[in-house]
Design a protein around this ligand. Sequence first.
Ligand SMILES: [Zn+2]
Length: 202
Amino acid sequence: MRHHRFQPAFERTSVSIAGVVEEVRARWFPEVAAPVPVFFATHDPLACAITHDRELAFPAVYYHQVLNHPETPVEVLRFIAKHELIHFVVLPRQRGRFLDPHPPEFWEREDEIAPEARLAWAWIWANLHTCLKSRARLRSPKVTRAWHGLEFASRLPWEAAELQMYLQEADDRSPRRWRRRKAVPLRRGAARPQARQARLFA
Ligand SMILES: [Zn+2]
């Protein structure tokens, strides 16, 4: 698998992603003892974490190549670093036959350290929607091969007014709030206080 994941590509981002991940680890994850290696990948997830040694894979965080772009805001890279590092400290939980990678305590931790989650997801969907597909059960979008068409396209800046408009129109596109047919238990967004959401527009 490693050859499939590992992409020895030039970093095109405005900041070093490894630097961002290390900054996030040092500030919010005292439980993670050592710097976590970071790689680009072109397989399905927008980003992912390998949290334990596996055959042919060691603990690391992977960012999809579609994020390897000079206009990917540092805020988005940092938000993803927070999300992926939470996977190192909050383990998946068995729900029937499904191993849920995002149990409630995962989202609680994300709420604590990533108030920008909603805006970060708005940026991700506003800019990359042509190559993203929701995977409701995993609460994680899949990157389709259409990402090649976006590789050299421009991106909206983090402060773009369009982003606020997108957020108002498309509503919250965070994976945890993707609507499922009926499964209310996983959709915890309804209970979220309104005041907290309004703050992002300030
Ligand atoms: Zn996750």
